[in-house]
Design a protein around this ligand. Structure first.
Ligand SMILES: Nc1ncnc2c1ncn2[C@@H]1O[C@H](COP(=O)(O)OP(=O)(O)OP(=O)(O)O)[C@@H](O)[C@H]1O
Ligand SMILES: [Mg+2]
Length: 393
Protein backbone atom coordinates (compact mmCIF):
# COMPACT_ATOMS: atom_id res chain seq x y z
CA UNK A 1 0.00 0.00 0.00
CA UNK A 2 1.30 3.41 -0.96
CA UNK A 3 1.45 6.38 1.40
CA UNK A 4 0.88 10.10 1.40
CA UNK A 5 3.08 12.41 3.38
CA UNK A 6 2.26 15.71 4.95
CA UNK A 7 5.09 17.80 6.35
CA UNK A 8 4.06 20.66 8.57
CA UNK A 9 6.25 23.44 9.84
CA UNK A 10 9.28 21.24 9.88
CA UNK A 11 12.53 22.70 11.13
CA UNK A 12 15.71 20.73 11.68
CA UNK A 13 18.47 22.50 13.54
CA UNK A 14 21.94 21.20 14.41
CA UNK A 15 23.49 22.54 17.61
CA UNK A 16 23.23 22.35 21.39
CA UNK A 17 19.78 22.40 23.00
CA UNK A 18 20.34 26.04 23.99
CA UNK A 19 21.35 27.03 20.48
CA UNK A 20 18.33 25.25 19.05
CA UNK A 21 15.99 27.04 21.39
CA UNK A 22 17.40 30.42 20.39
CA UNK A 23 17.37 29.48 16.73
CA UNK A 24 13.69 28.49 16.84
CA UNK A 25 12.81 31.90 18.22
CA UNK A 26 14.78 33.61 15.47
CA UNK A 27 13.06 31.47 12.83
CA UNK A 28 9.76 32.82 14.14
CA UNK A 29 11.14 36.31 13.88
CA UNK A 30 11.82 35.65 10.22
CA UNK A 31 15.64 35.55 10.21
CA UNK A 32 17.46 33.59 7.52
CA UNK A 33 19.53 30.46 8.20
CA UNK A 34 22.66 32.51 7.61
CA UNK A 35 21.72 35.21 10.09
CA UNK A 36 20.76 32.59 12.68
CA UNK A 37 24.09 30.85 12.22
CA UNK A 38 25.91 34.12 12.88
CA UNK A 39 23.84 34.94 15.96
CA UNK A 40 23.65 31.52 17.61
CA UNK A 41 26.19 29.20 15.97
CA UNK A 42 23.39 26.73 15.17
CA UNK A 43 22.89 25.34 11.66
CA UNK A 44 19.31 25.61 10.46
CA UNK A 45 19.28 22.83 7.87
CA UNK A 46 15.51 22.84 7.32
CA UNK A 47 13.42 25.86 8.05
CA UNK A 48 9.63 25.85 8.22
CA UNK A 49 9.22 23.25 5.51
CA UNK A 50 5.62 22.59 4.50
CA UNK A 51 4.33 20.29 1.83
CA UNK A 52 2.22 17.36 0.82
CA UNK A 53 3.39 14.37 -1.16
CA UNK A 54 0.62 12.33 -2.77
CA UNK A 55 0.15 8.59 -2.89
CA UNK A 56 2.12 6.99 -5.76
CA UNK A 57 3.85 10.21 -6.55
CA UNK A 58 7.45 10.43 -7.71
CA UNK A 59 8.37 13.55 -5.81
CA UNK A 60 11.72 15.17 -6.50
CA UNK A 61 13.62 17.51 -4.22
CA UNK A 62 16.25 19.59 -5.95
CA UNK A 63 18.67 22.22 -4.68
CA UNK A 64 22.31 23.19 -4.46
CA UNK A 65 24.77 21.54 -2.12
CA UNK A 66 23.99 22.43 1.49
CA UNK A 67 20.40 23.47 0.78
CA UNK A 68 19.09 20.84 3.22
CA UNK A 69 17.92 18.05 0.92
CA UNK A 70 19.59 15.13 2.73
CA UNK A 71 18.58 16.51 6.08
CA UNK A 72 15.00 16.56 4.92
CA UNK A 73 14.85 13.08 3.41
CA UNK A 74 16.53 11.66 6.50
CA UNK A 75 13.75 13.03 8.67
CA UNK A 76 11.28 10.90 6.73
CA UNK A 77 12.68 7.81 8.41
CA UNK A 78 13.78 9.75 11.49
CA UNK A 79 17.49 9.33 10.93
CA UNK A 80 17.26 13.04 11.71
CA UNK A 81 14.89 14.16 14.43
CA UNK A 82 12.84 17.24 13.64
CA UNK A 83 13.56 20.09 16.03
CA UNK A 84 10.05 21.31 15.41
CA UNK A 85 7.09 20.25 13.30
CA UNK A 86 5.13 17.22 12.22
CA UNK A 87 5.58 14.51 9.63
CA UNK A 88 2.32 12.75 8.91
CA UNK A 89 2.52 9.51 6.98
CA UNK A 90 -0.97 8.40 6.05
CA UNK A 91 -2.17 10.84 8.66
CA UNK A 92 -0.01 9.48 11.46
CA UNK A 93 2.72 11.61 13.00
CA UNK A 94 5.88 9.50 12.87
CA UNK A 95 7.69 11.78 15.30
CA UNK A 96 5.37 10.40 17.96
CA UNK A 97 5.80 6.69 17.21
CA UNK A 98 6.81 4.36 20.02
CA UNK A 99 10.22 2.67 19.71
CA UNK A 100 8.57 -0.55 18.62
CA UNK A 101 6.38 1.14 15.99
CA UNK A 102 9.33 3.13 14.69
CA UNK A 103 11.35 -0.06 14.30
CA UNK A 104 8.52 -1.67 12.37
CA UNK A 105 8.08 1.41 10.21
CA UNK A 106 11.77 1.37 9.29
CA UNK A 107 11.84 -2.35 8.62
CA UNK A 108 8.63 -2.74 6.70
CA UNK A 109 7.31 0.51 5.29
CA UNK A 110 10.25 2.58 4.19
CA UNK A 111 13.58 1.97 2.40
CA UNK A 112 16.43 4.23 1.45
CA UNK A 113 18.93 4.26 -1.41
CA UNK A 114 22.09 6.27 -0.84
CA UNK A 115 24.42 8.13 -3.19
CA UNK A 116 27.41 6.03 -2.21
CA UNK A 117 25.54 2.74 -2.34
CA UNK A 118 26.12 1.86 1.33
CA UNK A 119 26.67 -1.84 0.58
CA UNK A 120 28.27 -4.35 2.92
CA UNK A 121 31.59 -5.11 1.27
CA UNK A 122 31.98 -8.52 2.91
CA UNK A 123 28.61 -9.75 1.68
CA UNK A 124 27.71 -11.01 -1.80
CA UNK A 125 25.16 -9.21 -3.96
CA UNK A 126 22.41 -11.55 -2.84
CA UNK A 127 23.40 -11.30 0.83
CA UNK A 128 23.23 -7.53 0.55
CA UNK A 129 19.84 -7.64 -1.12
CA UNK A 130 18.37 -10.05 1.42
CA UNK A 131 19.54 -7.98 4.39
CA UNK A 132 16.27 -6.11 5.09
CA UNK A 133 14.43 -9.43 5.22
CA UNK A 134 17.09 -10.97 7.39
CA UNK A 135 16.63 -8.36 10.11
CA UNK A 136 12.89 -8.89 9.88
CA UNK A 137 13.50 -12.54 10.65
CA UNK A 138 11.95 -13.78 7.41
CA UNK A 139 12.39 -17.51 6.90
CA UNK A 140 15.41 -18.46 4.76
CA UNK A 141 13.77 -19.97 1.66
CA UNK A 142 11.34 -17.07 1.34
CA UNK A 143 14.10 -14.57 1.97
CA UNK A 144 16.26 -15.97 -0.81
CA UNK A 145 13.36 -16.19 -3.20
CA UNK A 146 12.39 -12.57 -2.62
CA UNK A 147 16.00 -11.39 -2.80
CA UNK A 148 16.47 -13.24 -6.12
CA UNK A 149 13.31 -11.66 -7.46
CA UNK A 150 14.45 -8.21 -6.43
CA UNK A 151 17.93 -8.77 -7.92
CA UNK A 152 16.31 -9.79 -11.18
CA UNK A 153 14.05 -6.72 -11.17
CA UNK A 154 17.08 -4.46 -11.38
CA UNK A 155 18.72 -6.53 -14.11
CA UNK A 156 21.39 -8.23 -12.03
CA UNK A 157 20.41 -11.87 -12.43
CA UNK A 158 23.58 -13.91 -12.78
CA UNK A 159 25.48 -11.61 -10.43
CA UNK A 160 23.99 -12.85 -7.16
CA UNK A 161 27.18 -14.42 -5.85
CA UNK A 162 29.64 -11.70 -6.76
CA UNK A 163 31.11 -9.33 -4.19
CA UNK A 164 30.39 -5.57 -4.44
CA UNK A 165 34.06 -4.83 -5.18
CA UNK A 166 33.74 -6.86 -8.38
CA UNK A 167 30.96 -4.63 -9.72
CA UNK A 168 30.93 -1.28 -11.53
CA UNK A 169 29.42 1.80 -9.88
CA UNK A 170 26.19 1.49 -11.85
CA UNK A 171 25.84 -2.15 -10.86
CA UNK A 172 26.48 -1.35 -7.22
CA UNK A 173 23.75 1.24 -7.33
CA UNK A 174 21.45 -1.43 -8.74
CA UNK A 175 22.26 -3.64 -5.77
CA UNK A 176 21.34 -0.71 -3.53
CA UNK A 177 18.02 -0.36 -5.31
CA UNK A 178 17.34 -4.11 -5.21
CA UNK A 179 18.03 -4.11 -1.49
CA UNK A 180 15.67 -1.19 -1.00
CA UNK A 181 12.95 -3.01 -2.92
CA UNK A 182 13.13 -6.44 -1.22
CA UNK A 183 10.82 -5.51 1.62
CA UNK A 184 8.42 -3.97 -0.90
CA UNK A 185 8.34 -0.62 0.91
CA UNK A 186 5.41 1.72 0.48
CA UNK A 187 7.84 4.63 0.69
CA UNK A 188 11.15 4.64 -1.16
CA UNK A 189 13.67 7.36 -0.31
CA UNK A 190 16.48 8.02 -2.78
CA UNK A 191 19.20 10.49 -1.87
CA UNK A 192 21.11 11.47 -5.03
CA UNK A 193 21.26 7.80 -6.08
CA UNK A 194 22.72 8.52 -9.51
CA UNK A 195 24.95 11.52 -8.90
CA UNK A 196 28.13 9.45 -8.83
CA UNK A 197 27.43 7.71 -12.15
CA UNK A 198 28.56 8.53 -15.69
CA UNK A 199 25.95 10.41 -17.73
CA UNK A 200 25.03 7.50 -20.00
CA UNK A 201 24.69 4.99 -17.18
CA UNK A 202 22.84 7.58 -15.25
CA UNK A 203 20.32 7.99 -18.03
CA UNK A 204 19.80 4.22 -18.17
CA UNK A 205 19.26 4.08 -14.43
CA UNK A 206 16.75 6.93 -14.56
CA UNK A 207 14.80 5.19 -17.27
CA UNK A 208 14.87 1.91 -15.41
CA UNK A 209 13.57 3.50 -12.26
CA UNK A 210 10.77 5.17 -14.19
CA UNK A 211 9.87 1.92 -15.78
CA UNK A 212 9.93 0.00 -12.48
CA UNK A 213 7.74 2.66 -11.00
CA UNK A 214 5.45 2.51 -13.99
CA UNK A 215 4.74 -1.17 -13.50
CA UNK A 216 4.03 -0.83 -9.88
CA UNK A 217 1.34 1.61 -8.98
CA UNK A 218 1.71 1.23 -5.29
CA UNK A 219 4.72 3.11 -4.09
CA UNK A 220 5.53 6.68 -3.17
CA UNK A 221 9.05 7.74 -4.12
CA UNK A 222 10.99 10.74 -2.83
CA UNK A 223 14.02 11.35 -5.03
CA UNK A 224 16.78 13.86 -4.40
CA UNK A 225 19.08 15.40 -6.95
CA UNK A 226 21.03 18.60 -7.45
CA UNK A 227 20.54 18.39 -11.22
CA UNK A 228 17.58 20.32 -12.59
CA UNK A 229 17.44 18.24 -15.77
CA UNK A 230 17.25 15.06 -13.76
CA UNK A 231 14.61 16.63 -11.54
CA UNK A 232 12.31 17.48 -14.41
CA UNK A 233 13.00 14.25 -16.25
CA UNK A 234 11.96 12.21 -13.24
CA UNK A 235 9.52 14.11 -11.11
CA UNK A 236 5.75 14.26 -11.13
CA UNK A 237 6.25 17.29 -8.93
CA UNK A 238 9.40 19.04 -7.84
CA UNK A 239 10.33 20.99 -4.73
CA UNK A 240 13.22 23.42 -5.06
CA UNK A 241 15.12 24.07 -1.81
CA UNK A 242 17.45 26.91 -0.92
CA UNK A 243 19.08 27.58 2.46
CA UNK A 244 16.87 25.03 4.17
CA UNK A 245 13.65 26.46 2.79
CA UNK A 246 11.33 25.39 0.01
CA UNK A 247 11.34 28.04 -2.70
CA UNK A 248 8.77 26.49 -5.02
CA UNK A 249 6.80 23.27 -5.37
CA UNK A 250 5.04 22.21 -8.52
CA UNK A 251 4.92 20.43 -11.83
CA UNK A 252 7.06 21.08 -14.88
CA UNK A 253 4.45 23.56 -16.06
CA UNK A 254 4.22 25.37 -12.73
CA UNK A 255 7.94 26.03 -12.76
CA UNK A 256 8.20 27.20 -16.33
CA UNK A 257 4.92 29.11 -16.51
CA UNK A 258 4.97 30.64 -13.07
CA UNK A 259 8.47 30.69 -11.58
CA UNK A 260 8.12 31.91 -8.01
CA UNK A 261 11.00 34.39 -8.18
CA UNK A 262 14.29 35.28 -9.86
CA UNK A 263 16.12 32.48 -8.07
CA UNK A 264 13.83 29.93 -9.70
CA UNK A 265 14.18 31.68 -13.06
CA UNK A 266 17.96 31.42 -12.83
CA UNK A 267 17.81 27.85 -11.67
CA UNK A 268 15.73 26.64 -14.61
CA UNK A 269 17.40 28.83 -17.23
CA UNK A 270 19.65 26.08 -18.58
CA UNK A 271 17.05 23.34 -18.75
CA UNK A 272 16.44 22.17 -22.31
CA UNK A 273 12.71 21.66 -22.11
CA UNK A 274 12.17 20.01 -25.45
CA UNK A 275 14.69 17.28 -24.60
CA UNK A 276 13.57 16.41 -21.12
CA UNK A 277 9.86 16.87 -21.41
CA UNK A 278 7.94 13.64 -20.95
CA UNK A 279 4.33 12.80 -21.55
CA UNK A 280 3.77 12.32 -17.82
CA UNK A 281 5.08 15.83 -17.17
CA UNK A 282 2.24 17.58 -18.95
CA UNK A 283 -0.58 15.08 -19.36
CA UNK A 284 -3.93 15.96 -17.86
CA UNK A 285 -5.99 13.81 -15.52
CA UNK A 286 -8.71 11.73 -17.15
CA UNK A 287 -12.16 12.77 -16.16
CA UNK A 288 -14.09 10.67 -18.60
CA UNK A 289 -13.82 6.93 -18.18
CA UNK A 290 -16.52 4.30 -17.73
CA UNK A 291 -16.46 0.55 -17.13
CA UNK A 292 -17.82 -1.78 -19.85
CA UNK A 293 -20.80 -2.66 -17.69
CA UNK A 294 -22.07 0.94 -17.82
CA UNK A 295 -25.55 1.20 -19.29
CA UNK A 296 -26.24 3.01 -22.52
CA UNK A 297 -28.37 5.48 -20.60
CA UNK A 298 -25.56 6.25 -18.19
CA UNK A 299 -23.11 6.67 -21.02
CA UNK A 300 -25.45 9.06 -22.85
CA UNK A 301 -26.00 11.14 -19.78
CA UNK A 302 -22.30 11.12 -18.95
CA UNK A 303 -21.34 12.44 -22.38
CA UNK A 304 -24.06 15.04 -22.38
CA UNK A 305 -23.12 16.37 -18.99
CA UNK A 306 -19.46 16.60 -19.88
CA UNK A 307 -20.15 17.80 -23.42
CA UNK A 308 -17.91 15.15 -24.96
CA UNK A 309 -18.49 12.89 -27.92
CA UNK A 310 -16.48 9.88 -26.84
CA UNK A 311 -15.62 8.23 -23.58
CA UNK A 312 -12.76 5.97 -22.50
CA UNK A 313 -13.59 2.51 -21.23
CA UNK A 314 -11.43 0.91 -18.55
CA UNK A 315 -11.68 -2.34 -16.61
CA UNK A 316 -11.73 -2.62 -12.82
CA UNK A 317 -7.93 -2.38 -12.75
CA UNK A 318 -8.05 0.83 -14.79
CA UNK A 319 -6.68 -0.91 -17.87
CA UNK A 320 -7.66 0.93 -21.02
CA UNK A 321 -9.98 -1.18 -23.17
CA UNK A 322 -10.83 1.43 -25.82
CA UNK A 323 -13.31 4.18 -26.49
CA UNK A 324 -17.02 4.38 -27.07
CA UNK A 325 -18.30 7.01 -29.47
CA UNK A 326 -21.40 9.06 -28.89
CA UNK A 327 -22.74 8.30 -32.36
CA UNK A 328 -22.60 4.57 -31.62
CA UNK A 329 -24.31 4.99 -28.26
CA UNK A 330 -27.12 6.90 -29.93
CA UNK A 331 -27.74 4.22 -32.52
CA UNK A 332 -27.51 1.07 -30.44
CA UNK A 333 -30.23 -1.14 -28.99
CA UNK A 334 -27.85 -2.84 -26.58
CA UNK A 335 -28.14 -2.42 -22.83
CA UNK A 336 -24.50 -1.74 -21.99
CA UNK A 337 -21.59 -0.12 -23.78
CA UNK A 338 -19.57 -3.33 -23.79
CA UNK A 339 -20.07 -4.26 -27.44
CA UNK A 340 -19.49 -0.72 -28.64
CA UNK A 341 -15.89 -0.49 -27.45
CA UNK A 342 -13.44 0.38 -30.21
CA UNK A 343 -9.83 -0.37 -29.39
CA UNK A 344 -8.21 1.03 -32.49
CA UNK A 345 -9.64 4.51 -32.63
CA UNK A 346 -7.41 6.44 -30.24
CA UNK A 347 -3.95 4.91 -30.18
CA UNK A 348 -2.47 5.48 -26.72
CA UNK A 349 1.02 6.73 -25.89
CA UNK A 350 3.19 5.60 -22.97
CA UNK A 351 3.46 8.05 -20.12
CA UNK A 352 7.23 7.73 -19.88
CA UNK A 353 7.78 8.61 -23.56
CA UNK A 354 9.63 11.78 -24.39
CA UNK A 355 7.40 14.35 -26.04
CA UNK A 356 9.81 14.62 -28.95
CA UNK A 357 9.13 10.94 -29.73
CA UNK A 358 5.34 11.26 -29.82
CA UNK A 359 5.09 14.74 -31.25
CA UNK A 360 4.12 13.59 -34.73
CA UNK A 361 1.24 11.44 -33.48
CA UNK A 362 -0.02 14.24 -31.31
CA UNK A 363 0.18 16.74 -34.12
CA UNK A 364 -1.74 14.54 -36.53
CA UNK A 365 -4.52 13.81 -34.11
CA UNK A 366 -7.56 16.06 -33.83
CA UNK A 367 -8.49 14.79 -30.37
CA UNK A 368 -6.80 14.07 -27.06
CA UNK A 369 -4.68 10.94 -26.96
CA UNK A 370 -4.95 8.57 -23.99
CA UNK A 371 -1.80 8.04 -21.92
CA UNK A 372 -1.10 4.61 -20.45
CA UNK A 373 1.60 2.95 -18.34
CA UNK A 374 3.45 -0.22 -19.23
CA UNK A 375 0.65 -2.33 -17.84
CA UNK A 376 -1.85 -0.60 -20.10
CA UNK A 377 -3.50 1.36 -17.31
CA UNK A 378 -5.03 4.70 -18.25
CA UNK A 379 -3.04 7.45 -16.53
CA UNK A 380 -4.03 10.63 -18.37
CA UNK A 381 -4.74 12.36 -21.66
CA UNK A 382 -2.69 14.63 -23.84
CA UNK A 383 -3.32 16.89 -26.84
CA UNK A 384 -0.98 18.75 -29.17
CA UNK A 385 -2.08 22.03 -27.60
CA UNK A 386 -0.72 20.90 -24.26
CA UNK A 387 2.72 20.52 -25.82
CA UNK A 388 2.63 23.88 -27.53
CA UNK A 389 1.52 25.39 -24.28
CA UNK A 390 4.27 23.70 -22.25
CA UNK A 391 7.05 24.68 -24.62
CA UNK A 392 5.90 28.22 -25.33
CA UNK A 393 8.09 30.95 -23.88
N1 LIG B 1 24.71 15.90 11.32
C1 LIG B 1 24.94 17.19 11.08
N2 LIG B 1 25.49 18.00 12.02
C2 LIG B 1 25.67 19.32 11.78
N3 LIG B 1 25.36 19.94 10.64
C3 LIG B 1 24.80 19.19 9.66
C4 LIG B 1 24.55 17.78 9.83
N4 LIG B 1 23.98 17.31 8.70
C5 LIG B 1 23.88 18.36 7.88
N5 LIG B 1 24.36 19.49 8.45
C6 LIG B 1 24.37 20.84 7.85
O1 LIG B 1 23.07 21.13 7.38
C7 LIG B 1 23.13 21.84 6.16
C8 LIG B 1 22.33 21.09 5.10
O2 LIG B 1 23.02 19.90 4.79
P1 LIG B 1 22.42 18.76 3.87
O3 LIG B 1 23.34 17.61 3.91
O4 LIG B 1 21.02 18.51 4.24
O5 LIG B 1 22.46 19.45 2.44
P2 LIG B 1 22.25 18.81 0.99
O6 LIG B 1 21.28 19.68 0.29
O7 LIG B 1 21.92 17.38 1.10
O8 LIG B 1 23.68 19.00 0.32
P3 LIG B 1 24.47 18.04 -0.73
O9 LIG B 1 23.89 18.32 -2.09
O10 LIG B 1 25.89 18.51 -0.62
O11 LIG B 1 24.29 16.62 -0.29
C9 LIG B 1 24.59 22.01 5.83
O12 LIG B 1 25.00 23.27 6.27
C10 LIG B 1 25.26 20.93 6.64
O13 LIG B 1 26.57 21.30 6.99
MG1 LIG C 1 22.85 15.62 0.43
Amino acid sequence: MSVDISVRNLSVIFGTPKQKEKALKLIDEGLSADEIKKKTGATVANKNVNFEINKNELFVIVGLSGSGKSTFIRTLNLLNKPTQGEILINGKDITKLSKEDLRNYRRKDVSMVFQHFGLFSHRTVLENVQYPLEIQGVEKAEMIEKAMESTKKVGLDGWEHYMPAELSGGMRQRVGLARALTNNPSLLLMDEPYSALDPLIRRDMQNELLSLEDEDEDRTIVFITHDMNEAFRMGDRIALMKDGEVVQIGTFNDFFKHPANDYVRDFIADVDRSRILKVRGIMRKVKNALEPTASIEDAKQFMEEKEIDSVYVTDEKNKLLGVVLKEDVEKTRNKTIKTLIKDNTYKPVLRNSYIKDVLKELKESDHDIPVIDQKGRLRGVLGYDDVIDALAE
